[in-house]
Design a protein around this ligand. Structure first.
Ligand code: GLU
Length: 490
């Protein structure tokens, strides 16, 4: 059975690059009817950030990458200790009592002679009984791997290919720290082995750790899982994708109003080439649901070269998914986003007051403009709040008009509206158009200008969804309220 895992350390928010690793690992497990595991690697206690373990779980859930089992390394503490001691019995590891100063001195000697520093402890061949006495007397110790001398190794990564290295290049790596907890290197090897992980996917930045992991596997005489070290995700401006240049946390993208399925779709294409190619030079297909991705995903289609995190492309994906939503879906997603992340408390009250049916009508009108859920607050405000009075002369679209012209237009509209029935829908759109065009003609103005005056008076913005639709949703009395402040005193 294929078993994959994601092994984040709860030292900060889940990084979008780790989410990509989770996506590929999840897809490979699901494709093969296998299992996808979550393992919290929390053995470096000094780096833990409270709340991030919960955040990792929440993110995997929201993004739809459900894990089959969860484990946590600090809860498996005794296991690592037992295995580290087993390596001592096998002569593959040793208790080491070297102090920081001793190690530092060894480093300086190596550096002075221009050699690469690889720590070989004076305790490598220390008598085991004497070591135990020291431990019993309370001396602090670590357990180190006893790296054999003069050996050469080969390792094959399914994505990065073959690698060669020599044992001289590897430290006598610490396996168990003085606090009794394992190092990442020991814990990762033991856990991947005991959990039956068949495929390890992780970032290419873990390649330098491979020699240690190979040697620890050899020390136990364990077979290694298959490895795929995934290419880096680069910032468009160069360098690794980093916090300093924009959002990188899976959660922050949600706060910003991106849709999780759009983000997943975008991540699929960061390192994977879809096998679906269109003929005749058409563009490649880019939209894939998670189910389709699982169906199509093959390890051979993973790329070795780095992927660039193009934020505009991500926005494009978000827009595509948003446009495909039904109004009911959009309404649901916006409601969830707004409740969780929006700071527009007053708008929330207004929305509740006007009711959900009204909100759906409003959403229908702004639907095709939405790229992010977070944009909706701003786009719909005009349907909930009467805008501040504006100065027409400040808008370049109509700045040549004189006050009288503006006033005449608005007065005519007001008197016309007063005669109409309460429901603006009763007056067909065409009839309304005709009235506006006549008004333009009578006042020797372009129809566009007349519409702009009205648009500005009602919404205070020169760019809005179609005016007539806005008016039908707002209703007659609201429009009259908004216009009257201009009619009496422009
Ligand atoms: N705990 C490591 C991390 O935080 C996991 C590396 C691995 O997958 O082996 O990324």
């Amino acid at each position: 059975m294929v078993i994959t895992r994601i092994a984040p350390s709860p030292t900060g928010s889940l990084h979008i690059g780790t989410l990509r690793t989770a996506l590929f690992s999840y897809a490979w497990a699901k494709k093969n009817k296998g299992k996808f595991l979550l393992r919290i690697e929390d053995t470096d206690q000094s780096r833990l950030v409270p709340g991030t373990e919960e955040e990792i779980e929440e993110m995997l859930k929201i993004y739809g990458l459900d894990y089959d089992e969860k484990s946590k390394q600090t809860e498996r503490k005794d296991i690592y200790k037992k295995y580290a001691e087993e390596l001592i019995q096998l002569g593959q590891a040793y208790y080491c009592f070297a102090s920081k100063e001793e190690i530092q001195e060894a480093r300086e000697i190596a550096e002075r002679s221009g050699e690469q520093f690889r720590f070989r402890s004076p305790y490598r061949d220390f008598d085991l009984d004497k070591a135990k006495e020291k431990i019993e007397s309370g001396e602090p110790f670590v357990i180190r791997l006893k790296v054999a001398e003069g050996e050469e190794f080969e390792f094959e990564d399914l994505l990065q290919g073959k690698m060669h290295f020599k044992s001289e290049e590897v430290d006598d790596t610490v396996l168990l720290k003085s606090d009794g907890l394992p190092t990442y290197h020991l814990a990762v090897v033991i856990d991947d082995h005991l959990m039956g992980i068949t495929h390890v996917m992780r970032g290419v930045d873990w390649v330098p750790s491979i020699p240690k992991h190979v040697l620890i596997h050899r020390a136990f005489n364990w077979e290694m899982p298959k490895y795929l070290h995934l290419p880096l995700v680069l910032d468009p401006e160069g360098g690794k994708l980093s916090k300093r240049k924009g959002t990188v946390a899976a959660k922050d993208f949600l706060i910003q109003g991106y849709l999780p399925e759009a983000i997943l779709n975008f991540l699929m294409l960061l390192g994977w080439s879809s096998p679906i190619k269109h003929e005749f030079g058409e563009k490649e297909r880019e939209i894939f649901s998670l189910e389709e991705f699982i169906e199509l995903f093959e390890l051979k289609d993973l790329n070795k070269s780095s992927a660039v995190f193009n934020r505009e492309k991500l926005l494009w994906f978000s827009h595509q998914y948003m446009m495909n939503f039904s109004i009911d879906e959009l309404h649901k997603r916006y409601g969830e986003w707004h409740a969780k992340y929006s700071e527009e408390k007053e708008l929330r009250l207004k929305i509740a007051e006007k009711g959900e049916k009204y909100l759906k009508e409003v959403l229908e009108l702004v639907h095709d403009r939405i790229k992010l859920l977070s944009e909706i607050d701003e786009l719909i405000k005009l349907f909930y709040f009467e805008p501040e009075k504006i100065k027409f002369s400040e808008f370049k679209q109509i700045k040549n008009l004189n006050v009288d012209q503006t006033s005449i237009i608005l007065k005519s509209v007001v008197s016309e509206l007063k005669e109409k029935s309460e429901n603006l829908n009763d007056w067909p759109h065409e009839k309304w158009e005709k009235f506006m065009r006549n008004l333009a003609e009578k006042n020797e103005l372009g129809a566009g200008k007349v519409f702009m005056i009205l648009r500005l008076a009602i919404t205070s913005s020169p760019a809005t969804p179609p005016l007539y639709e806005i008016m039908t949703i707002l209703g007659k009395s609201e429009i009259l309220t908004r216009l009257s402040k201009y009619v009496d005193n422009i």
